[in-house]
Design a protein around this ligand. Structure first.
Ligand SMILES: Cc1ncc(COP(=O)(O)O)c(C=O)c1O
Length: 382
């Protein structure tokens, strides 16, 4: 029996979003489904299988540890670790035959040693920092480091990659500048006589808005889960289909008299006699504390306000307008109920954040229920 608080994941929505990404990418460009952070909270293995079935041919994770359950599930496609690793993690990369993004010579040497110890050759993707200001080599350093990597026996240069800082901007001028710098880095490699590896740069925003950034491979994340990288500015006409619905069921209903308070800190005092329902969901499940006295949930297809502080495991809502609401009735925190929908963008705005964070903060103790059931292992174990 699954607990009443759970996330329903619509895998057909993910398949449709992946198919859209593949259509946008076009026949010459490969699609890497970014499934880091447990597929943005949706569950990495089922999402990966569906994404590979819908046209993606690569997977992207942030850390090698995230690739282990994918390999254990029999997924054999290329998996790129997008984030930096410490030398101690190099053996995990080698053990699971992962592609690794590298930003300096020391990382490449650690991977070369780990690969040699396992009798393998590992594929590296050289990361160029063209303006993100996070990780990567400056374009002028690319040639020197690429030459060093080229000389290492147990690694090969499989990719040249960069990442955009603001491709979702209404005017993506800076992203275009980043592309120019990236082209410069690619020329440096060519000048050194190093064969052109896979070039990749585009996240969801660049895939959607910057066709010239599609190159050899694209790396969409958020759009696969149905959210627009421009947030609510993506507009109601967005062709993307949100895949996650976070729901619970009322566990208690009580009368709260005028002047009585609700929850920790007594930040809510009933202005009149109220009926208050308690939901067994809290900030440990991903219902952020910043939603205290601000958020809304859907009950019987209507929005009702959160009253008082969101607790670690429980949240209270005012159901005074609904005399027929009962214990066990469904409450929806993210997603559709009846004719109304609360999006992760809406929940994010109330907390001063973005849909990405709202989705990947849904905690590990929230069961994920898949509709329809995830495909069997054999469907994608190639
Ligand atoms: C290197 C890299 N590529 C691609 C992505 C996917 O980005 P998005 O979810 O905006 O499509 C990310 C996510 O942050 C990333 O770090």
């Amino acid at each position: 029996m699954v607990r009443p608080t759970h996330a329903e994941i619509d895998l057909s929505a993910i398949a449709a979003n992946v198919a859209l990404a593949c259509r946008l990418a076009g026949p010459e460009t490969r699609v890497m489904a970014v499934v880091k952070a447990d597929a943005y909270g949706h569950g990495a293995v089922p999402v990966a299988r569906v994404a590979l079935g819908a046209g993606a041919t690569w997977l992207g994770v942030a850390i090698p540890e995230e690739a282990v359950p994918l390999r254990e599930a029999g997924i054999a496609c290329g998996i790129l670790v997008l984030g930096p690793i410490a030398p101690d993690q190099a053996d995990l990369v080698a053990a699971h035959d992962l592609d690794q993004c590298v930003s300096d010579q020391a990382q490449a040497e650690a991977l070369d040693r780990a690969a040699r110890a396992r009798g393998r050759v590992l594929a590296l993707h050289l990361k160029v920092d063209t303006g993100m200001g996070r990780v990567g080599l400056r374009p002028r350093e690319v040639r020197r480091v690429a030459e060093k990597i080229w000389a290492l026996p147990s690694v090969r240069l499989a990719g040249l990659m960069t990442h955009f800082a603001d491709a979702e901007a209404d005017e993506p001028g800076f992203a275009r500048e980043q592309l120019v710098r990236f082209a410069e880095a690619a020329r440096e490699l060519a000048a050194a006589g190093i064969p052109a590896p896979l070039r990749h740069a585009a996240n969801s925003a660049a895939l959607l808005f910057l066709p010239e950034a599609r190159l050899d491979l694209v790396r969409p994340g958020i759009m696969l889960y149905g959210y627009h990288p421009r947030g609510p500015r993506g507009g109601p006409e967005s062709p993307l289909r949100p895949a996650l619905r976070l729901r619970t069921a009322i566990s208690q209903i009580q009368d709260v008299a005028q002047g009585e308070s609700v929850s920790y800190g007594r930040t809510f005092v009933a202005p009149r006699d109220l009926r208050v329902a308690t939901l067994p969901v809290g900030y440990a499940d991903g219902c952020g504390r910043l939603l205290s006295n601000r958020g809304r949930v859907l009950i019987r297809g209507q929005r009702v306000p959160i009253v008082g502080r969101v607790c670690m495991d429980m949240t209270m809502v005012d159901v005074s307008g609904f005399p027929d609401v009962r214990v066990g009735d469904e409450a929806v925190l993210i997603g559709r109920q009846g004719a109304d929908e609360i999006t992760a963008d809406e929940v994010a705005e109330l907390q001063g954040t973005i849909s990405y964070e709202v989705l990947c903060r849904i905690g590990p103790r929230v069961p994920r229920v898949y509709l329809p059931p995830p495909p069997a292992a054999s469907a994608t174990a190639s």
